[in-house]
Design a protein around this ligand. Structure first.
Ligand code: UT7
Length: 371
């Protein structure tokens, strides 16, 4: 069998329209635009409106990615949603996406590796394609961290924003696509960045709410130290795994957490900042969504072209970190024109019919039992 490659053939992003600037934050907590810009590089972030959620942003990004790939949702075999702010504890946000885009033959699940989640999801989907288990996958990073941030905590509320980004991955015999990846973790640092409430250790109660356990808790200084160490290490490891050097890499697309962390990583690699994608000034830290969002903007700005090699690199809660190297390709050639946005309506109809069928079957089954 000839080798199979997992190409990134579609990309899309979705961010809420509402902007929260540093000036707005000055009115909410004791901080200043100067402090936030000099310590993080962030100037504003997007905040989901009442009718938006992790699933709605994920669906918008997914449909845009499918449009670029020119792929019908019905042809997807797998949907992975990486998120730390899922719609519910369960069902998985990925299943809501599956239903809302009408991906009728796709398996769907959520993956939690915090801000590193998109790298984990990308590698998982790519490996399944390379192993010939599937042909087409949708990988989404989506967050509404504004819903779990303590807006009175200046250590965290200045950092995070909402948004989603998606990649379509497709099998091809042409060399390229996701080449290598490294995935790492160190659970001994789990307490440095956590949302402790609402799980099995601290089930939701008046007490957990009183204690603020349903909010993000972070030791910023320690996370910062860890991040500056692992970002350059992981980047080098994934590039060396492909038997390449940093000279073979055209662009680094890092997790958009803090400009000082990104600059330290670039310094550690002796890599010019002009070849590092940065857009955290406008979106803040959107956790696992930050890499696909930054990728979409890099493409829009002409900074990532077919044939280029890009490294995606991230760190986050867990602790987790990782990097992936990809050779950029673009959509696979296709004759038919697909308009995935239209399938949203069809998906809604299909979903309604499925619910109706279950209701009728339930009624028939119920009557059968009483006879
Ligand atoms: O996706 C992963 C998510 N997490 C991260 O990426 C976090 C990584 N860490 C960081 O980005 C940085 O540690 C922060 C931006 C969170 C903080 O920057 P820092 O340079 O590490 O500041 P610090 O925590 O060492 O605090 C310095 C001072 C403190 O005052 P004192 O104790 O020196 O008097 C803080 O209380 O700055 C104070 N401070 C603030 N002042 C104004 C902390 N937050 C703020 C604020 N505005 N928002």
């Amino acid at each position: 069998m000839s080798p199979r490659y997992a190409h990134i053939t579609g990309w899309g992003m979705a961010v809420p329209e509402k902007r929260l600037t540093n000036k707005d934050l000055e009115k909410m907590v004791e901080t200043s635009d100067d402090w936030i810009v000099s310590r993080t590089g962030i100037r504003e972030r997007r905040i989901a409106s009442a009718d938006q959620s992790t699933a709605t942003l994920a669906v918008d990004a997914a449909l845009r990615a499918l449009a670029v790939a020119n792929l019908h949702p019905g042809d997807l075999d797998l949907i992975i949603v990486s998120t730390s702010s899922p719609e519910y504890i369960f069902p998985a946000t990925a299943c809501l996406v599956q239903d809302q885009i009408g991906a009728k033959k796709a398996g769907a699940f959520d993956l939690l590796a915090a801000c590193t989640g998109f790298i984990y999801a990308l590698q998982l989907a790519a490996q399944m394609i390379k192993a010939d288990s599937i042909n087409n996958a949708l990988v989404i990073g989506a967050e509404t961290l504004s819903r779990v941030v303590d807006w009175n905590d200046r250590n965290t509320c200045i950092l995070f924003g909402d948004g989603a980004g998606a990649f379509v991955l497709q099998a091809s015999e042409e060399p390229g696509g996701v080449l290598t990846a490294v995935l790492r973790s160190d659970g001994s640092g789990g307490d440095l960045l956590a949302l402790p409430g609402g799980g099995s250790r601290h089930p939701a109660s008046m007490q957990t709410i009183h204690d603020g356990l349903h909010y993000i808790h972070m030791n910023g200084r320690e996370v910062f130290r860890f991040a500056t160490r692992v970002m350059s290490e992981a980047t080098l490891e994934t590039v060396e795994a492909a038997r390449l050097t940093m000279n073979d890499v055209q662009l680094i697309i890092p997790h958009q957490a803090n400009i000082r962390i990104i600059e330290a990583a670039a310094r550690g690699l002796d890599f010019p900042m002009e070849r590092v994608m940065v857009n955290l000034d406008r979106y803040g830290n959107t956790s696992t969504a930050s890499i696909p969002i930054a990728t979409c903007e890099a493409i829009e700005q002409g900074r990532l072209k077919p044939g280029d090699r890009a490294v995606f690199v991230a760190f986050g809660a867990g602790l987790t970190w990782g990097a992936a190297l990809a050779q950029w390709s673009g959509p696979l050639p296709s004759r038919k024109r697909v308009r995935p946005a239209r399938y949203r309506w069809l998906a809604r109809m299909r979903s309604l019919l499925a619910r109706l069928r279950r209701m009728i079957e339930g009624l028939i089954w119920g009557r059968g039992k009483t006879i």
